[in-house]
Design a protein around this ligand. Structure first.
Ligand SMILES: C[S@@+](CC[C@H](N)C(=O)[O-])C[C@H]1O[C@@H](n2cnc3c(N)ncnc32)[C@H](O)[C@@H]1O
Length: 263
């Protein structure tokens, strides 16, 4: 059968153009580190101006195997460049030998999604998170559960390359923004804290804000003041707390068990 995928830009000139585009865009764009991040970003409609591969044929073979829905898009995007060139652009090249840049979604669009009245799925709020890997894992969870978005307070950039890496490119499947506590979208706020009411006795509404404290110090005083209810996850005595991302996972699972809007 004839392969009907677009040929893709393959000449040496195309590689040079792509590297030039990378250098021009790298400071302002979101780094998609590896095949899976690129696959998710394309699937969820990201604008990807440049995508590079050390071995384009292998990357497309991986797409044939794991992501046939985006293989055509990837064939049109991926430009092959020598390994040493790509390693010069991306300090720690992903084992798949693929890296791409994506445009960061406009803050105004994210704020509109987060602030929409009658939201049908929760917004996850991370109050001053410290660990970039945790933030990425939470964005991946939020994407999987179809949450409206993930808001962080504090100084961590939720679009930091390490967060995007932890989120496997799923930032593009939900609305990710940093906001101050006083800027949080309206809606009932359930703040997770071991001193709260047992989650098993509660139904979390679809338009809830589900807030989680910092790994170091838990919920801030400001966030507590804005909370409608403190909620706890079951935990035997003498264990002080769960990891932030696992707490988000349990809470979203609990929401999903009682909602018709969950996946
Ligand atoms: C690692 S914990 C924070 C531990 C921190 N040392 C403290 O003083 O609270 C991160 C966040 O996960 C959530 N969390 C962890 N265990 C929980 C539990 N058993 N019930 C409710 N929330 C929990 C809370 O939102 C908490 O602020």
């Amino acid at each position: 059968m004839r392969d009907e995928r677009p040929e893709g830009p393959r000449s040496a000139g195309a590689a040079e153009d792509a590297v030039r585009a990378w250098r021009r865009l790298a400071d302002s764009a979101v780094l998609l580190d590896g095949f899976h991040a690129l696959k998710h970003a394309v699937r969820f409609g990201a604008d990807v101006p440049v995508a590079l591969a050390v071995d384009r044929a292998s990357a497309l073979a991986l797409a044939d195997e794991l992501a046939p829905d985006v293989v055509r898009d990837l064939a049109g995007l991926l430009v092959e460049v020598p390994g040493e060139v790509l390693r010069g652009l991306v300090p720690r090249l992903h084992p798949t030998g693929v890296a791409a840049l994506a445009g960061r979604p406009a803050r105004a669009d994210n704020l509109a999604a987060l602030g929409r009245q009658a939201r049908t799925t929760p917004v996850v709020v991370l109050d001053n998170p410290r660990n970039l890997g945790n933030a990425g894992a939470v964005i991946r969870l939020a994407a999987g559960y179809g949450a409206t978005g993930v808001v962080t307070t504090g100084d961590l950039d939720p679009w930091h390359p390490t967060v995007v890496r932890g989120g496997a490119g799923l930032h593009f499947a939900t609305a990710v923004e940093r906001l101050a506590v006083e800027e949080l979208p309206s809606g009932p706020l359930y703040a997770l804290d071991p001193e709260g009411a047992d989650i098993r006795g509660l139904k979390l509404p679809d338009d809830a804000l589900l807030a989680f404290g910092s790994e170091r110090s838990g919920l801030s005083a400001e966030l507590r003041a804005r909370a409608d209810q403190l909620v706890s996850l079951p935990m035997r005595p003498q264990v002080s707390s769960y990891n932030l991302a696992t707490s988000v996972g349990m809470t979203l699972f609990h929401w999903s068990a009682h909602s018709t809007n969950a996946p």
